[in-house]
Design a protein around this ligand. Structure first.
Ligand code: SDX
Length: 430
């Protein structure tokens, strides 16, 4: 069913723009001919009202607090699926049957090792390098090792690169951690699950056997599922923009990792746990709530707010429940969890947060669980990047295979100096 066009009147002229329906969600106005017809650009810093692409992968309804991966609600996937199935679903659009799941999981398992030379590359970093710096560097460097999967025009090479990235990112993440604490790297083991293998590479040492706790393995797999994809967020948009120039997939994912690192994005889980530590006790919460509301203070409640979710973040709700369960099963009583629960309660009753529709987001509770599981705070965003790699590479693949895709090249509103002649040095005065 075709929609009535959107009419625009300006400079004494009338213009019509087609309106398209999605399967669900807001309609879009096709303004691709706007500049040619009007000589004007749209102005949308931060892309608050801009659909940058068409996608079939993930849908978010910010008002209802819904998150769908290929149509499946995140709550159902969290309850009944696992990360390998979610990776397959994001990449191929359907849940795998038993044979497909077995074949995909085996393919991932047998690509978890790294070229031995990469271990030497990591030794070029300082021991106190932030693990996200190592992630950006090593993932970008993969394009120097895996030349046989950098031709983006070749469907087979695109798939090989996708498998390699999903398979190797845990090995790289664990390697970054081991390097930072001066322990020997632990090689992947093919008889472990994706999450179990990662925990083994992270926490096992040559001196003794390491038994993967089912509680930690399940919590890890859940955290990977919840972080896998999230529509056109800042880092995914970065991956798409880098990919639109034809850059190889390893470089594009490295760009996504760099963007995710920011505290306004994936770096919020690390920043949130540090904030909870700074608050320290429940009685100091009001002081920080007031700071967050003070316009003259740049402080924000980390782990709160979201560009899209103006109701709850469904991932935060799943993580809150999982945090409780993990702490209980591990017998860990973390005062920061009590601070987090009380902070959430107070903030959700506060007029400012209600008016601005600020709710806990995915980063609010993830830090609590990850800390309870034994991860250092510097590894929190690394884990986010690990999990988001499946979403990034699925979005990259969709863009490359979209016949309508073009290089992304936004314009601007120029408010700088008009044209002027060069002034020689000796005429520039003091
Ligand atoms: C992620 O996009 C995604 O999907 C991202 C993500 C994913 O899975 O990829 O979901 C992952 O990045 C989650 C968000 C993690 N970031 C944080 O927790 C950092 C703290 N949150 C804020 O920085 C902020 O809420 C953002 C960045 C998340 C969203 O910012 P927006 O959409 O640009 O909103 P805004 O900055 O315009 O804020 C609207 C108002 C402002 O007040 P006014 O200028 O209108 O008076 O709300 C205020 C803000 O000052 N506000 C906050 C706040 N967040 C927004 N005030 C206090 N504390 C906060 N956390």
């Amino acid at each position: 069913m075709s929609n009535d066009p959107m009419n625009l009147t300006g400079n004494g002229k009338d213009f019509e723009y087609a309106v398209y329906d999605g399967t669900v969600g807001p309609q879009v106005i096709d303004i691709r001919s706007l500049y040619a017809q009007t000589g004007m650009f749209t102005f949308d810093p931060g892309f608050t009202s801009t659909a940058s692409c068409e996608s079939k992968i993930t849908f978010i309804d910010g008002d209802k607090g819904e998150l769908l991966y290929r149509g499946y609600p995140i709550e159902q996937l969290a309850e009944q699926s696992d990360y390998m199935e979610v990776c397959y679903l994001l990449l191929f659009g359907e849940l795998p049957n038993a044979a497909e799941k077995e074949q995909f999981t085996t393919r991932i398992t047998y690509h978890t090792m790294l070229h031995e030379q990469l271990f030497r590359l990591v030794h070029g970093f300082r021991r106190d390098a932030h693990p996200m710096a190592i992630m950006v560097g090593v993932v970008g460097a993969l394009s120097a090792f895996y030349h046989d999967s950098t031709d983006i025009t070749d469907e087979h090479q695109r798939m090989v690169a996708s498998i390699r990235l999903i398979a190797k990112i845990p090995t790289i993440a664990a390697m970054a951690y081991k390097y930072s604490i001066g322990q020997p790297f632990v090689y992947p083991k093919n008889d472990m699950t994706y999450a179990g293998n990662f925990l083994n590479m992270m926490f096992s040492v040559p001196a003794e056997d390491y038994v993967v706790s089912p509680t930690l393995e399940n919590a890890m797999d859940l955290i990977f599922m919840l972080h896998a994809d999230h529509e056109q967020n800042a880092s995914t948009s970065t991956v798409r923009l880098a990919g639109s120039s034809g850059a190889n997939p390893f470089a594009c994912i490295a760009a996504g990792i760099a963007c995710l690192w920011g505290p306004a994005h994936g770096g919020a889980n690390e920043a949130c746990l540090k904030m909870l530590g700074e608050i320290g006790t429940v009685d100091r919460i009001p002081e920080f709530i007031e700071k967050a509301k003070d316009k003259s203070d740049p402080f924000r409640l980390m782990g709160f707010g979201h560009r899209v979710y103006k109701n709850h973040d469904p991932r935060a709700q799943v993580l809150r429940k999982a945090a409780h369960a993990v702490l209980q099963e591990l017998g860990v009583s973390d005062p920061l969890f009590d601070v987090a629960m009380e902070l959430e309660r107070i903030a959700l009753e506060d007029e400012y947060f209600i008016a601005k529709k600020l709710y806990p987001n995915v980063d609010f509770y993830s830090g609590i669980i990850l800390k309870a599981m034994g991860f250092p705070v510097e590894m929190f965003t690394v884990l986010f990047a690990l999990a988001r790699t499946s979403g990034w590479i699925s979005q990259w693949k969709e863009m490359i295979e979209d016949p309508k895709q073009k290089i992304g090249r936004p314009r601007q509103l120029y408010t700088g100096t008009p044209m002027r002649d060069f002034v020689p040095l000796d005429e520039r005065g003091e």
